[in-house]
Design a protein around this ligand. Structure first.
Ligand code: XMP
Length: 503
């Protein structure tokens, strides 16, 4: 395996994902843990990630000098590249910097650049730069603006650009060259090959008693339910809590699908309890709090019906595992009720079979387990459901509008072959009104906003450039099939500065 030292931001995850999709198993570690983990015999190389700091800033993240004495290949990227320069006696300065697509020229034939042309486009984002590489380092590539784009000495490499982002077309190749040719990683890792091991681990951990799984229809909880069921059979208790905030037909589909896989689902109809408490509530975080609290309440009651349960299976993914341990002082933008996990007082032992995986890898597991496409490619859906797509006071009328409009959007995108290509697609409704004419009569109606975004990880997102005809069909259907709606708009703001959900 390869380890990536995380210096903040999303870079470490992108690096890990790029390498994993090329079959190189990669894990993320904190700067403090780096030396100890890097010494493990199965760690073949260390990558120092980019990050938001400047190496000369006070308190800037650092790694112990010892890391360079272990004798394993090291690749520094952006901040990591500058850190190598500074620590080994080179010079880092603040300059004009380079942002976005930049041309670099490769000066030296090195295996890390195998299959690269002598000039390639890379993605840069830096203002500090390596003004002078440390003694003994060779400059391997320079950028069109004259900066050191890559350098090396023996097995220590630094690159100023970001090979992990899609805007560096040959970046994945470079990372794989480093892993395979410099670090000698031979093993080809695939998520779907891990299924046997995962089942074995669950079996070992869940020694006695039953295990409960809260299913939601999403790919994560479905995969967890299937794995746990494969591991311990009938001792796996799948529970579906219906909060009344699902998309049309979703609860029925979830129950039917799991039943067809031989997994009995205990369905809890808690719709009224949730909706009553939400009625009239405007504040987003208040909506989330109510839903989180009610969910915990209903779950506790449900649990009392299964006295043999000792374990709780959750679909926690790798980014959550890393984020909950590593990010200090990060701003809370929205509280995701299902990320923090259920309250500790449940006194159940947590089993998290997906804690090593990224979302796209879970989709591969799902496919290998034979789950149907609707599950494998299902869009992420927020735990608090359609409630976060209602702006202003929660009402049942707005809930029905969002539910119907979302169905229309999904149907039209599916017809156009677009649904699976986008990250999320849904409707939003607020309280602003638009005067309309319906059947010659003046009506004052709701405005529905269509939100369709493309994203790799939900940290950033771009609005999808849908064909006009598709937007038109959606608009026509929404205004004709939902009588209370007189206007449809399309949301065209990226994240950041916006977020994906309106609330
Ligand atoms: P935002 O709106 O913050 O959303 O850009 C990022 C991703 O998270 C989902 N989301 C939630 N998921 N509970 C969840 O489980 C929540 O409260 C929640 N709020 C947003 C959102 O759908 C997107 O995929």
């Amino acid at each position: 395996r390869i380890v990536v030292v995380n210096f903040g931001g999303q870079y470490a995850h992108l690096i890990a994902r790029r390498l994993r999709e090329r079959g190189v198993y990669t894990e993320i570690v904190t700067p403090e843990d780096a030396v100890e983990i890097a010494k493990a015999p199965d760690v073949k190389a260390i990558i120092l990630s980019g990050g938001p700091s400047s190496v000369y800033q006070e308190g800037a993240p650092d790694v112990p000098d010892e890391l360079f004495a272990i004798g394993k290949p090291i690749l520094g990227i952006c901040y990591g590249h500058q850190l190598i320069a500074k620590k080994l006696g080179g010079l880092v300065r603040r300059g004009k910097g380079e942002y976005g697509k930049t041309l670099v020229r490769v000066l030296v034939n090195d295996h890390i650049f195998d299959t690269w042309e002598s000039e390639e486009i890379v993605w840069m984002s830096h203002s500090d730069y390596v003004a002078q590489p440390p003694e003994g380092f060779t400059i391997l590539a320079v950028s069109e603006n004259g900066y050191v784009a890559a350098m090396k000495k023996d097995y220590i490499y630094g690159v100023q650009f970001h090979p992990e982002v899609v805007h560096t077309p040959k970046g994945g190749v470079l990372l794989e060259n480093f892993a395979r040719k410099i670090a000698g990683v031979k093993h080809v890792w695939k998520p779907e090959d891990q299924i046997g091991k995962l089942i074995e681990e669950i079996r070992k951990e869940v020694k006695d008693g039953d295990i409960i799984i809260g299913v939601s229809g999403g790919v994560d909880s479905t995969v967890v339910a299937v794995l746990v069921h494969m591991a311990v059979g009938e001792r796996a208790k799948a529970v579906f809590i219906d909060h009344g905030l699902f998309r049309e037909g979703e609860p029925e589909q979830v129950v039917k699908l799991l039943n067809s896989l031989g997994i009995k689902v205990y369905y809890v109809d808690a719709r009224e309890r949730f909706l009553k408490r939400l009625e009239g509530v405007s504040d987003c975080e208040e909506k989330r709090r109510i839903i989180g609290e009610t969910f915990a309440e209903v779950f506790t009651e449900t649990l009392s019906k299964f006295p043999e349960v000792k374990y709780l299976a959750q679909g926690t993914l790798y980014p959550d595992v890393i984020e909950s341990g590593a990010v200090k002082g990060a701003d809370k933008i929205k509280s995701h009720h299902n990320v923090g996990g259920l309250p500790r007082w449940f006194n159940l032992k947590l089993i998290e079979p997906l804690r090593e995986f990224y979302k796209d890898e879970v989709r591969k597991l799902a496919r290998a387990l034979g789950l149907p496409d609707e599950v494998v490619y299902r869009h992420p859906f927020p735990g608090p459901g359609l409630a976060v797509r209602i702006i202003g006071p929660f009402t049942r009328e707005k809930l029905e509008i969002v539910r119907k409009a979302t169905k229309i959007i999904e149907e039209e995108l599916e017809k156009g072959g677009i649904l699976r290509k986008v990250w999320q697609a849904f409707a939003v409704v607020g309280d602003d009104k638009w005067v309309g004419v319906k059947g010659d009569r003046r009506t004052v109606g709701y405005i529905v906003t269509i939100r369709v975004v493309e994203s790799e990880d939900a940290m950033t997102a771009d609005w999808s450039r849908l064909p006009y005809e598709v937007i038109e069909r959606i608009s026509t259907r929404i205004t004709s099939e939902i009588p209370q709606v007189t206007m449809v708009t399309y949301a065209v703001t990226t994240k950041p500065p916006s977020t994906i959900e309106p609330c």
